[in-house]
Write a protein that binds this ligand. Sequence first.
Ligand code: DLZ
Length: 162
Amino acid sequence: MATRNLSDYDPDLIPDASGMRFGIVVADWNSQVTHALLDGAVKTLVRHGVKDEDIIVSHVPGTFELTVAGQWMAEYEDTDGVICLGCVIQGETPHFTYICEGVTRGITQLNLDYNIPFIFGVLTTLNLQQALDRAGGIHGNKGDEAAVTAIKMAYLQRRMEK
Ligand code: DLZ
């Protein structure tokens, strides 16, 4: 099956995001990858109308810490959604599995506990090349996809709340 390009989307299907405010929590582990995801996410938010001052970025050491930082973002910053960016690359030990399980459960729980969307912008790959291919490489940028998802979900929440 062909991999969908993560940066391909129909701009006509994206709501106007001006007036929206987003938090981004980004893991610095595998920073070559995650900082490229951050770059993509910020550029995509701005392209769709979010002001620079309405994008609050917090760095954490690794993907495992994304859940609690996402919670703090929801508690202490008045955001319409939180984008969680990380990259877990499979190593020789089961650590990969524990981190992936932890962050997946954590972000799922945040989505249920708070009335804003938390976006799963975490790459889980077998090697560095697969991650680079999805961080601005041949398969696009997962950060772009996460930002588009954040805008769509924040818009949906606002619409349903009315
Ligand atoms: C420890 C660890 C390992 C082995 N691999 C990764 C990884 O591929 N990607 C990632 O974001 N973080 C990794 N970490 C760090 C954990 O997420 C976490 O920061 C530490 O376990 C905390 O001590």
